[in-house]
Design a protein around this ligand. Structure first.
Ligand SMILES: [Zn+2]
Length: 233
């Protein structure tokens, strides 16, 4: 599995072999080692998911990649609003004028994030711009490409996952990790709801779907169905 992924990772840009339309760039940012994702297509339209950039160096790294590929950021999305996934929202808004898209029931988590930041000794300025609420009825459009929204609560009250059937990719936030799952002891977490989300929304996807988690390395739905010790089939 690791070999398979390594063969496909070129300069840390993953190109699904069967369909090169969507590219996924992974950054690991902030002391909580959160994965920030850029999803972009051949038209160079780009979605920024969970910008966790915390330091100036991380912010510049993100900007430099966007500039080097001449990407056109068109959407800013949080899978959920725990602090490590939202550190860079304000910066992205200031750089590109993008307004934040989240599920409506994550707003209270977003509002709480600066307080969590103080508790973790990671103070930051929260995004204060307009919020756009998204749900399963509103797929995200990226030029000619589309990402479906899957409602996958349990780690956080209204976590969403982003899915492209055409490209066999899933941005899973902190719902499903390689051989692990998101913690459920934070406010709004619930292990039964998390299990239900994974069984009904994620394990029902094709086995070959690449899962890009909020922490750690990518995996596949098929691998997790067979090897995840927390949610077994
Ligand atoms: Zn989280």
């Amino acid at each position: 599995m690791i070999g398979y992924l390594c063969m496909c990772l070129q300069n840390n840009v993953f190109r699904p072999e069967l369909n090169p339309m969507l590219n996924v760039k992974i950054f690991q940012f902030n002391p909580l080692q959160e994965n920030t994702y850029l999803i972009f297509n051949e038209e160079q339209y780009c979605i920024i998911v969970d910008p966790g950039c915390y330091t100036d160096q991380e912010r510049q790294q993100l900007l430099q990649f966007i500039a080097s590929k001449a990407l056109r950021p068109v959407l800013l999305v949080n899978t959920h609003c725990h602090l490590d996934h939202v550190f860079g929202n304000k910066f992205i808004h200031e750089q590109f004028g993008l307004e934040l898209h989240i599920h409506e029931c994550e707003q209270k988590v977003l509002d709480m994030a600066p307080t969590s930041g103080l508790m973790w000794n990671l103070p930051f300025d929260n995004y204060q711009g307009k919020l756009h609420f998204i749900d399963e009825s509103l797929p995200l459009q990226l030029g000619n490409d589309r990402l479906e929204i899957l409602f996958t609560p349990g780690h956080s009250p209204a976590s969403i996952s982003l899915y492209s059937h055409k490209d066999d990719l899933l941005i899973a936030g902190d719902v499903l990790f390689r051989e692990s799952v998101g913690r459920t002891d934070l406010p709004g977490g619930n292990p039964d709801i998390l299990s239900h989300s994974i069984r009904t929304k994620l394990y029902t996807l094709p086995d070959e779907t690449i899962v890009y988690p909020g922490h750690g390395i990518p995996t596949t739905i098929g691998h997790e169905k067979h090897h995840n010790p927390f949610i077994t089939v």
